[in-house]
Design a protein around this ligand. Sequence first.
Ligand SMILES: [Zn+2]
Length: 899
Amino acid sequence: MKHIALILSIFSGMSLLAQEQIDKADARGKGSTAVERLHFRVRATKAIPEQNSVRINWRCGGEGLGGSVIKGECVTDDKQPQIPLGVWSSWVALKDVVGSGRGWSFPSVVVTSEPVIKGKSSRPGVTLSDIAVDFEFAQNGKVFKQFSEIAPKGSTVGFVFPGSALADQVTPEFADQLNGISTHARLRRERLEKAFPEAAPMPKLFGIIGHIGGYGEGPPGLRGSHGFGVRHCNPTVLADEFRTLRMLGVNGMVDRIGFADAAGVGADFRHTFWGGPGSGEPMAFFAKPGKSAEMPDGCPYDPALKPYVMDRVEKAIEEHRAVGAKQSWALWDDEMGVYAKDHIATCERCASVFRDYLRAKKVTLQDLGKTSWEEVKPYPLWVPKPIAVKGVKPAPTTGLAPAPDNAADSLRYYYTYRLMTHATGQVFPEAAMKFSEAGIKLYAMQGPTPSWQGASLDWNEFYDLKPNTAFVFETSNRDARTWQWESYLADIGRGIATRHDMVQGCLVKPHRGAPAQRMLSVIARGTRAFEWYTYGPDYSKGDSFSQSPELLEQVAQAARFLGKTESYLYAAKFASRPEVAFVTPRSSEIWSRVTDLSLTTFENAKWVYLALMHAHVPVEVLSEQQLAEGKLDHYKVIYIPGAHLRRDSASAVRAWVRAGGTVWTDASGLSRDEANQPATAMNEMLGLANRQLESWGTCEAYHAAELKALNEKNAPAGAEFLWEKSKLHASIGRESLEPKTAEILATFADGKPAVTRNRYGKGQAIVAGIWSGLSYSAKVRRSDFDMRADFDPALCALIANPAIERQAYRPAIPSDPLVESVSLSKEDQRSIALINWAYTKAKGDLTKGTLQPVQHLQVKLPGFSDAKSVRSINHGPLKLTNGAVTVPSLNDIDLLIVE
Ligand SMILES: [Zn+2]
């Protein structure tokens, strides 16, 4: 995805996240041969400077819309390219322009004065402007539609071909939607205005970012009137689109603020500006001319890189100043990976940095099995593809070298892995500071890596280097069952932003589903600016939502909700600090790529988090580094799913448990250290002897698309066990626990211990010998899922009970597990965000769900025992009885105001 963004950014400047053009292909519906009977013709009726004749070119596709560009030229009936003004061209077969015409297409028509080249002599044509073009469309030679388009500022006009509405012949629906872009934009705006006839306050505190493309004006060139991606040159179209954006709450822009100025509404869109340097990575400095590579060969520690970085910063600051928005955020790099992989193993400079890095982490020569620092080199992590190391089978998808077979090399492996993030983060701190001096936030657009297995960058290590002053991630999960992971990502982000005093932002993608829930989830965790990614519009960009009336209404509704509630929500904080911490150890993630634990620990952790959310237990997400730093006294329970934990973190956890803490983990949890060696020091705390995992299945990594069933065959009879009188099933594997001092809380059907608790000092350690998160997710992975029915309450209790028994802070407890509550306070105002994540499978779509509204939702309010009144934003005052209220119904989101 990223390489597409890079290529596009070359052509279109700061093209934010120009990803997944593939979406366009998704949108294509059933085929139709009707397109073969359709033709169109055009005539230019006006051009400045005045012309006797013009040339008329068309093109379709590509340029941000997916696929490649198809081009052609209109001619006169006697095949002449020069077409006199006011004279119709000959008929053009629409199938030559839109192909099979299955989806929506947005062909462009450009009027030029280019003379026909005769022999070698050629003179350039003059640039035309203020053109007008008539269109006629015919089926089997019979005209069924006519319209005109104008381009007051240039020479490009466009039309909309609504292929999805084309049956085996032209339908009224098709004819209605076959329009010039100006009508298309106006109808979109009018439809939304009709759906929301009443004026409503729009958000003024939150920055809501929009995107507009497709406009060009002036002479040809990159941004000219018929440059790359230009679909029209008509400020009236822009004005319609910006009116629609305002109804979506948009008050800021990505990049093209000039378009708002051209539409005469620039002042309304200068709340927050998201601008460059852009989505290209600074490592482009090392790119060889004429060669494009995903990662140019270069050293991120090369001293020559920083002057280049600072030069880019200076230029970007000038651009931001020229825009003059109230708030300016500078993007630098999108879906960030790491800036050095195999390079590290071969670079002397990196080796030297590596040694310093190890010494700073207090790693000794003895740990590394060396006698002098000169011998210490980064571990060759990456098996160069396609050449594998002889006799060694590389991990097939990652190209990572296999796990070393000894402790010293494994430690080097681990730290070399971490150095990749260090190499990336250290590029930016000076840039962040320089931007900060100019009043501009610097951010990297993070892909949702903690919910996707796949990227090497570690958010925690990255931000600990202070490379950014804003934390921004994008929401991307397509499957309804994973949408609540947005809360997980936002909780991770909240932790990082709190630690480093950063503001938070987000890309919320309406066409990926649940726009209102996603918006409220990230806002409740501190987000102050977000982009509705991406409006497009449809004629300028694939992966957009402007083409969907349903999504536009949902987004407009969400914006109205925010307009009403922002005085409670903007800059609100959690009403009180969670008393439960959740840790996904980075060490587990690193080793999960190359050890027998495969992806299991990583995938498992996400569902453990969700079980806690379903039990309405708010958490603070901590990094291993934060564990190691101690400061854990505030927590009653710490959840650490994952096999690997750093030794210094483990030591801090042991001290905290001895002092009274409760630690929870599950199958193979806390069994190894950062060097992939048995963590025998943890056995005493856990009260266990040997740790042995038994597997009979696998779990696929989730990466944006459909959530797949667990691969499970021949589960042993012993996989069953009883918990709270419910029969539970351990999915894909188990750890039959071997208690030494621990008591047994549950046994598998074959009599082996399934859940244990060990008293350790004043605290306790609980181990569930199953992949508790994956087991919790097993049923909902079915193709006809029903989220409200598919999560077993007993498994949820198995995970959440330690927190509930310790009476960890649970301020607001909805009666429905799939309704998340986030309790907030801001000065003396208190509120509770309610977010309904319950979906069933939608018909005809593998991933999208159908929202399941809730009736009579009871919300207990133990965290608000002094509440005098409670009011719902959607329903007005609620009756407060015995510390609880009943919300008559909840569709997607609500906010309870507590006074
Ligand atoms: Zn290097």
